[in-house]
Design a protein around this ligand. Structure first.
Ligand code: FES
Ligand code: FES
Length: 258
């Protein structure tokens, strides 16, 4: 019989049985046990539960069955090598009209590929969790959070970052509107706001409704301020430059309703 060595250590039981649940029903931290077979279950019981169930009583030696077996925690539980993760892959990404061949770990996000490997630092990392929109880029004309997608998934896609929308000598109309309407303060969210706004106007022109659209069957969406705010709600501005951001977008959209 194998059992946890020190009294204060939890027991780890392979193959949870009804008897386990009867004796210490509150104790189980059940999970699928990797390396113990696809359907194997383990229970990790704290010392108090172990005292209650008796520990030994659950062993195959004590009751003559094979329903319980104590295992040591840690490496002794592992019956096979951990699965290999990641691995490098050569991939080609089309970004701002240029083709880049990269050797990247397949787990690299598009955001990290842009910033850390291609040094296109216009795209910002805010939350890295899909919450703030600072990392918004365009993929085939549609806006996405580049922190939530893997670079390897975008071979063959046309990726546009803020650097590809315009240049200092020839600004995109949305970039110019943000300048004219003072649509930023610290500017950290601004590349994401601008990329998002450009794609958002295309979505509205295509008649895509939003949560704020009153008549979802209407062929044309009137871009009211409420529409703009709703459609841009995935882009957070910590400086709260929202009124001016809305004004900038409205000016590019052609005025629209207020
Ligand atoms: S960094 Fe991607 S959503 Fe915040
Ligand atoms: S301008 Fe500072 S976060 Fe938006």
């Amino acid at each position: 019989m194998l059992r946890a060595g020190a009294d204060r250590q939890p027991c780890v039981i392979e193959n949870v049985t009804a008897r386990c649940r009867e004796r210490a029903p509150w104790s189980f931290d059940r999970r699928t046990a990797r390396g113990l077979g696809g359907s194997a279950r383990i229970a990790i019981c704290p010392p108090i539960a172990r005292a209650r169930c008796g520990g030994d009583a659950m062993s195959s030696e004590a009751d003559g069955s094979k329903r319980g077996r104590f295992l040591r925690k840690g490496p002794a539980m592992r019956t096979s090598a951990p699965p290999k993760q990641g691995g490098a892959k050569t991939m080609t990404l089309a970004i701002n009209g240029h083709s880049y061949a990269l050797d990247l770990d397949v787990r690299t996000t598009l955001l990290d590929a842009l910033r850390e490997h291609l040094h296109l630092t216009g795209t910002k990392k805010g939350c890295d969790h899909g919450q703030c929109g600072a990392c918004t880029v365009l993929v085939n004309g549609r806006r996405i959070n580049s922190c939530l997608t893997l670079a390897v998934m975008h071979e063959g896609d046309a990726i546009t970052t803020i650097e590809g929308l315009g240049s200092p000598e020839s600004l995109h109309p949305m970039q110019r509107a943000f300048l004219e309407h003072d649509g930023f303060q610290c500017g950290y969210c601004t590349p994401g706001q601008i990329c998002s706004a450009v794609a958002m106007l295309d979505e509205a022109r295509a008649g895509w409704p939003s949560h704020a659209t009153e008549d979802v069957a209407a062929p044309r969406v009137a871009l009211s301020d409420a529409e703009i705010r709703e459609r841009m709600s995935g882009n957070v501005c910590r400086c709260a430059a929202y009124p001016n951001i809305v004004a900038a977008i409205r000016s590019v959209a052609g005025g629209g309703e207020r």
